[in-house]
Design a protein around this ligand. Structure first.
Ligand code: AHR
Length: 327
């Protein structure tokens, strides 16, 4: 009787473990062409999060151009900044048994279920650009920018400009996105205590949404009196904000404005005197992601976290650099 109970217990334990694994194939299996897979063997799924900014347009172009050049079959979709669309696109790719998924997540939370489905199907997922809060065991790697460092770099610009303190506004990116969360955190971590963030609102990383947010700020706070500077989480929102500032009679240089991305639009804003610094965020991630995808297909070891090496751009050489900017 005791023996029987022991076997029942063992069976239950084994069944529970199997259920927890979803009766799955081994995660991130190497492809059948391994170890000699070539780019022309690869189908890459890229459920792009949207087309909200010039940065995003450049990121999309980087994937399309690189896939074309390398002979990779690319399954591309545009989720229009909606997480549910990205999840549906990923599920369609899992059904099509793609080799690799590159996921630029619109927000950090809510990916566990679909990442588990990809893992159970043996499809490696590379998180691209923004981060996810899901457990690391659910995806192969992350390739993108250090968003917290970008926020810290922006704070350092304000610290240099206002050693005696100031009041600033923050125009933040998409709520809950790795880019907005990281930049806000880094900014607060490095900002001198004598610099106060008097208000922070989201402009969802778009020009169209940043414009009314800046207009509302200008109704509430007098530029140069109530605040001396603005930290803006991307160049597109910066361009939207400039429209509102111009309409309110603010002149370039009246406020100290630091933006993020380093797009051509951001460089133009520096040339025109509106931005005093632009923290780089590089969207040209296609080659790195495809290279890592091939390594995963061939069962090679990869680095789990690949952060882009970036810098800060300033107005003094913006006019010289502008013609050679790729995005
Ligand atoms: O995640 C990267 C951010 O998303 C870029 O700063 C912004 O321009 C884009 O929309």
């Amino acid at each position: 009787m005791f023996r029987f109970k022991k076997y029942v217990l063992l069976f239950v334990l084994a069944a529970t473990l199997l259920a927890a694994c979803g009766g799955a194939k081994a995660p991130a299996e190497e492809a059948s062409c391994a170890p000699n897979c070539k780019y022309t063997d690869m189908t890459l799924c890229y459920p792009q999060l949207g087309a909200e900014s010039d940065w995003r347009t450049a990121n999309t172009a980087s994937f399309k151009e690189t896939a074309g050049e390398y002979g990779v079959r690319l399954i591309f979709s545009d989720a229009q900044q909606k997480q549910e669309n990205q999840i549906s696109a990923m599920r369609a790719c899992i059904q099509q048994e793609v080799d690799v998924i590159g996921l630029p997540p619109v927000v950090e939370d809510g990916w566990d279920a679909v990442l588990t489905e990809a893992k159970n199907a043996g499809i490696p997922v590379i998180i691209v650009d923004r981060s996810v809060s899901a457990d690391e065991s659910l995806y192969a790697a992350h390739i993108g920018s250090d968003m917290k460092l970008e926020g810290e770099r922006a704070a350092e610009e304000f610290n240099k400009q206002f050693p005696n303190g100031a009041k600033v506004l923050e125009l933040s990116g998409t709520t809950g996105s790795g880019a907005a969360v990281g930049r806000a955190e880094g900014f607060r971590a490095k900002l001198n205590p004598n610099i106060e963030i008097i208000d922070s609102q989201t402009g969802n990383f778009t020009r169209a949404e940043a414009l009314p947010v800046m207009q509302a700020f200008l109704q509430k706070y007098k530029p140069g009196v109530d605040f001396q500077g603005i930290f803006i989480h991307n160049d597109d929102m910066g361009i939207g904000a400039i429209e509102a500032l111009k309409a309110a009679g603010v002149q370039p240089g009246d406020l100290f404005i630091v933006s993020v991305d380093g797009t051509r639009g951001g460089f133009q804003a520096m040339v025109d005197g509106w931005f005093q610094a632009d923290v780089e965020c590089n969207p040209l991630l296609g080659p790195q992601v495809l290279e890592m995808g091939l390594k995963l297909m061939n069962g090679e070891t990869i680095e789990r976290e690949v952060l882009t090496n970036e810098t800060v751009y300033y107005p003094d050489n913006a006019a010289d650099l502008l013609p050679s900017r790729k995005y």
